[in-house]
Every structure is written in structure tokens, then in C-alpha cells.
Design a binder for this molecule. Structure first.
Ligand code: SF4
Length: 75
């Protein structure tokens, strides 16, 4: 189980699949070619953060599930 709450902004996602390439056990593409979370426990927190960081449009939003603090994107 990840310490992150993982959200994907479907309006921002451009469907390039970079997150799936980085963390294929956590993310997958849906029928509309938009990324979705398939398993929050699919990768380590570090790997999930890396997957969020490779997203070219910052569509993956990570929040610390305990503190509620936004972890990514930074701004
Ligand atoms: S890396 Fe970002 S833009 Fe690419 S599929 Fe994943 S969420 Fe969508």
C-alpha cells in the first residue's frame, strides 16, 4: 500500500503512456487512452513518485495520505 493518494487529472493526460512505462504495475491506460490507477500497491513509493515525475503534463497528483500534504507536482 502506497503512502500516497494517487490522482490522475483526466483533462490533462495526453495518453503518452510514460507513467505506464515507468510503473506498469500501478498505472494502465483505459479504453479512452487515459491513464488510470490499477493497483496502488503495485510499486514502491519512490517508483510511484518517479512515474509522476516523468509525466510531461503533471497529470499525476500525489498527496501524502496521512498528512494531506501535496507531494507532486511541486507547484
Ligand atoms: S505520463 Fe501523464 S500524460 Fe502520460 S499517460 Fe501517464 S498521466 Fe497521461
Amino acid at each position: 500500500m502506497s503512502k500516497y493518494k494517487i490522482e490522475i487529472d483526466r483533462n490533462l493526460c495526453i495518453g503518452d503512456g510514460a507513467c505506464v512505462g515507468e510503473a506498469p504495475n500501478t498505472f494502465e491506460m483505459d479504453a479512452d487512452n487515459i491513464a488510470i490507477v490499477k493497483d496502488v500497491g503495485g510499486h514502491t513509493d519512490e517508483e510511484i513518485l518517479q512515474a509522476a515525475q516523468v509525466c510531461p503534463v503533471d497529470a499525476i497528483i500525489l498527496t501524502d495520505a496521512n498528512s494531506g500534504e501535496k507531494v507532486w507536482p511541486k507547484s
